[in-house]
Design a protein around this ligand. Structure first.
Ligand SMILES: C[S@@+](CC[C@H](N)C(=O)[O-])C[C@H]1O[C@@H](n2cnc3c(N)ncnc32)[C@H](O)[C@@H]1O
Ligand code: SF4
Length: 393
C-alpha cells in the first residue's frame, strides 16, 4: 500500500514511510515532512528555483535519493546493467569457458515484459542509466522492441549497449532509431588472425565495420573495450592508441579479471601501471583527463589525437568506493557486485506476484548487504562465481 503526500506530491510506502517515486517539486517551500525522515539513503529529486535575477535554475539532489538503492556505505546505485541473453556468437577465451556453459532453459530467462517491468521499477527509484549486455545482446530477437519501450521510461537518461560488434553494422540504424545513446564495442586485437584466436571465431572485419559505422552514425565517442592479456595482445597497446589519432574512439584497456572457467592467472594480467608505462614511453606527453565521479576508467589523451584512452583497473586499483552499479542476470538474479556471489532472484519474486513494494524491499535488502569492496584478485580467483558470459559485464 502507498499514499501520496499532500506536502510534496510524492508516493510513499505506508509500511516504511519511505518515498516510492520521484516527482519534480517546484520550490523549497514544498519540502515534505515525510522526506526528512529518510534513514539509510537520501531521495533524488530536482528543484527548480527562480534566482533574484529572474533566472531559473535546476538544483539536483537537493532531496533524498531512493532508500532501496542506497547501500550501507552511502553509495547510490543509479546505473543498472541488464543481461539480455546467456548466448553468444563468439567464444572469447577470457569470458566463455572452453567447454561452454550450461544454458538456462528459455522459460527461466526474463521475458520481454519482465525486463521492462524491472527496468521501469529501477528507473522510478532513481536509475538514470541502463546498459544492455549479455552474452551478446544483439542476438536477442526482441532487442529493438526492448530498447524502444525502455526509451519511453521517464527519468531514464541513457541506454547503453555493450556488444561484440558482430551484428552492429546491420542493426545500427534501428538501434539508433530505437534510442541507444552509448555504444561499447569489444575488440581485443587489430590482427585478424589473432582476433580469431582470442574469440575462437571469425569476424574481425565485421566488428571493424560496426565500429566505423557507429562513428558514421554520430556516436562520439565510440567506446572500444580491449581486455589486455599477457602473451596475447599486450604487444598491440600502441596500435590501439594510434587508432585514437584519427577516430573519435575511446579505447578502454581492461585488466584481465578472474571469472569461473576463464583460467585467469596473475601472470597473464597486465596491470594499469605497466600499460601506462609502456604507452608513456611512446607518448611522454600523454595527458590525464578529468574523470566523472563514478566512472570506472582512468582517462587519458595523446595531445592532438581526436579520441582518447582509458584503463579499467578493477584488479590493481579498484574503484569500489564509488561503485554505482547493479546487475541483473539474464535469468533474473540481482547481483550487487560483479565479483560477489550473492544473488537474489527478482524473476521468482515477479512470478510469485510480488507487488512493486515487496520487490523493492527485496532489492533494498540485497543492496544493503553489499560489501564495501571486492575481496582482491587472488581471493576472487578462488571464489565461486559465474562465468562472465552468464553475468553480463
Ligand atoms: C561479457 S561481455 C558482454 C557483451 C558483449 N558480448 C561484448 O563482448 O561486448 C561484456 C564485457 O566484458 C568484458 N569481459 C569479459 N570477460 C572479461 C574478463 N575476464 N576480464 C575483463 N573483462 C572481461 C568483455 O570484453 C566485454 O567488453
Ligand atoms: S566477451 Fe562478449 S563476445 Fe566474448 S564470449 Fe563473452 S559475451 Fe561473447
Amino acid at each position: 500500500m502507498a499514499f501520496y503526500s499532500g506536502h510534496c506530491g510524492r508516493l510513499f510506502s505506508t509500511k516504511t514511510l519511505l518515498p516510492l517515486r520521484t516527482v519534480r517539486v517546484s520550490s523549497r517551500d514544498q519540502a515534505c515532512k515525510h522526506c526528512s525522515g529518510a534513514s539509510r539513503g537520501e531521495y533524488r529529486a530536482e528543484q527548480e528555483l527562480t534566482t533574484a535575477g529572474g533566472q531559473r535554475r535546476v538544483l539536483k539532489d537537493v532531496l533524498p535519493f531512493s532508500e532501496f538503492l542506497t547501500d550501507s556505505f552511502g553509495r547510490r546505485h543509479n546505473y543498472l546493467r541488464i543481461s539480455l541473453t546467456e548466448k553468444c556468437n563468439l567464444r572469447c577465451q577470457y569470458c566463455m569457458p572452453e567447454e561452454g556453459v550450461k544454458l538456462s532453459p528459455k522459460e527461466q530467462l526474463l521475458s520481454t515484459d519482465e525486463v521492462l517491468t524491472l527496468a521501469r521499477l529501477f528507473v522510478r527509484e532513481g536509475v538514470e542509466k541502463i546498459r544492455l549486455t549479455g552474452g551478446e545482446p544483439l542476438i536477442r530477437p526482441d532487442i529493438l522492441h526492448i530498447i524502444a519501450e525502455m526509451r519511453k521510461t521517464e527519468g531514464l537518461k541513457t541506454i547503453a549497449v555493450t556488444t561484440n560488434g558482430m551484428n552492429l553494422a546491420r542493426l545500427l540504424p534501428s538501434l539508433k532509431k530505437a534510442g541507444v545513446n552509448l555504444l561499447n564495442v569489444s575488440l581485443d586485437s587489430l590482427v585478424p588472425a589473432k582476433f580469431e584466436f582470442i574469440v575462437r571465431r571469425k569476424g574481425f572485419h565485421k566488428v571493424m565495420e560496426g565500429i566505423d559505422k557507429a562513428i558514421e552514425f554520430g556516436y562520439n565517442p565510440v567506446k572500444v573495450n580491449c581486455v589486455v592479456m599477457r602473451g596475447l595482445n599486450e604487444d598491440e597497446l600502441l596500435d590501439f592508441v594510434t587508432l585514437t589519432e584519427k577516430k573519435p574512439l575511446d579505447v578502454r584497456f581492461i585488466e584481465y579479471m578472474p571469472f569461473d572457467g576463464n583460467k585467469w592467472n596473475f601472470r597473464k594480467m597486465v596491470s594499469y601501471a605497466e600499460m601506462l608505462d609502456r604507452i608513456k614511453q611512446q607518448w611522454p606527453s600523454l595527458e590525464p583527463l578529468p574523470g566523472d565521479e563514478t566512472g570506472t576508467a582512468k582517462a587519458f589523451r595523446v595531445p592532438g589525437f581526436q579520441g582518447q584512452l582509458g584503463f579499467i583497473t578493477s584488479m590493481s586499483d579498484h574503484f569500489c568506493g564509488s561503485c554505482n552499479r547493479l546487475r541483473i542476470t539474464a535469468d533474473g538474479n540481482l547481483k550487487v557486485c560483479l565479483f560477489g556471489n550473492s544473488e537474489v532472484s527478482l524473476r521468482d519474486c515477479l512470478r510469485s506476484g510480488a507487488s512493486d513494494e515487496e520487490l523493492l524491499q527485496i532489492i533494498g535488502a540485497a543492496v544493503g548487504r553489499k560489501k564495501k569492496q571486492h575481496a582482491g584478485m587472488f581471493s576472487i580467483s578462488q571464489m565461486k562465481n559465474r562465468p562472465m558470459i552468464l553475468i553480463g559485464g
